[in-house]
Design a protein around this ligand. Structure first.
Ligand code: B16
Ligand code: MG
Length: 217
């Protein structure tokens, strides 16, 4: 088999965006300003450091390096408390259907996420064993839309980038997949993810016969 599949985490496998939102909102409120759901959209697929930079710009707050570092830690401690109780019920619809099908066909599977918390989350929702390769925020130097995360994943899978299929919910992630020369599949709003090669609202819309069309044996 020459094909590899790469999954983003937040927004594709689980909806951790809601927990990121709660943790960022708590910090914003402590610093004296509001942080809305709409503003949280800007944070999807974006690294933790970049998220804090955007948050401080929204609140018009200038931080010392020391404050910046301590707020990064504070947000993550709060986020970890939210994800502590995650379980299999938080897996997004029909994700196991797709993972099972690929596993059963012996197709290599990678995670390509910006999160530094990816592994504990996959453990909590009991999906870690599906993944042959994990590339996350701990392994990259350049954040999406840079293709680095997906190129490392392809290399570790032993699959050519042009034979990799990427599932992504964020604009920056679709851009990263396209820049890597991979086949991008947008999960979510097709208007927002209009640079994707294919678009689906979620995995319930993805048929096994569609997956077959992507697989080169
Ligand atoms: P952490 P993904 C991304 O995950 C999230 O979409 C983004 O909102 C978050 O800031 C980023 O991970 C970093 O997460 O703080 O856990 O390292 O969509 O790339 O799986
Ligand atoms: Mg995502």
């Amino acid at each position: 088999i020459k094909t590899g599949f790469i999954f983003d985490l937040d927004g594709v496998i689980v909806d951790t965006a809601k927990y990121h939102y709660l943790a960022w909102r708590k910090l914003a409120n402590e610093l004296g300003f509001e942080f809305t759901h709409e503003q949280n959209e800007l944070f999807k697929g974006v690294s933790r450091k970049r998220c804090l930079e955007i948050l401080l710009a929204i609140g018009k707050i200038k931080a010392t390096q020391e404050q910046f570092d301590s707020w990064m830690i504070e947000k993550n401690v709060d986020y970890l408390a939210y994800i502590e109780n995650m379980d299999v019920s938080e897996i997004l619809p029909d994700v196991p259907k797709v993972l099972d099908y690929l596993k059963h066909k012996n197709i290599p599977i990678a995670l390509g996420s910006a999160s530094k918390n990816a592994k504990p989350i996959l453990e909590k929702v009991n999906l870690l064993s599906y993944f042959d390769v994990l590339v996350d925020g701990n392994n990259v130097t350049k954040a999406k839309p840079d293709p680095e995360v997906f190129l490392i994943a392809a290399k570790q899978l032993g699959v050519k980038p042009c034979n990799c299929i990427v599932f992504e919910d964020a604009v920056a992630g679709i851009e990263a997949a396209n820049a890597a020369g991979m086949i991008s599949i947008g999960i979510g709003d097709a208007e927002i993810l209009n640079q994707a090669k294919y678009n689906f609202k979620d995995f319930t819309e993805i048929s096994l016969s569609f997956l077959d069309t992507l697989i080169i044996e």
